[in-house]
Design a protein. Sequence first.
Lengths: 113, 112
Amino acid sequence: DAGVTQSPTHLIKTRGQQVTLRCSPKSGHDTVSWYQQALGQGPQFIFQYYEEEERQRGNFPDRFSGHQFPNYSSELNVNALLLGDSALYLCASRRRTGAYEQYFGPGTRLTVT
Amino acid sequence: QQPVQSPQAVILREGEDAVINCSSSKALYSVHWYRQKHGEAPVFLMILLKGGEQMRHEKISASFNEKKQQSSLYLTASQLSYSGTYFCGTGAGGTSYGKLTFGQGTILTVHP
């Protein structure tokens, strides 16, 4: 049973560039959430997708956008990168109904220089 | 609002017990506990739901006091593998269901 997978593992970008991160949910899961985790901090909720639409959003600017595909996989896009966007980006998946646990993927470490 | 975890750090000898607390100023629907080792993703430990029972996973158990909006994680007879940072994530339910707000973490170190 495959867990949550994310790609790439690491990424280095320059300030002002754009980046796309990818996530495949755990088998049987249809809801994907994205979190940003700065060094030494707890994860911060960015947004959640199910049925291919953004359903909830945390306190992040419009530079952060996402997408969910019919196979439930998801992308996180960040435009006009800032140095402060450097963080571990985590994807979590769960079943929308009947279960409450969220499982995290290994994350993508983004470094903005 | 971010839940507050205490203590911030704890050091144990193998076999000792520990309690990690998580307090919120908002009404809670659920509390989720995770353990994260350095450089790895958070690993799900257990979830406590409003009106639900105390949960247990091997030698780790947790409680949820809805009136006080608090949860506690109990680690019994700690093992070296218990070392890591423990996070509680709180869920408000309703239209916010699925959005977890995490505490700042508790660093647990277990020595032989």
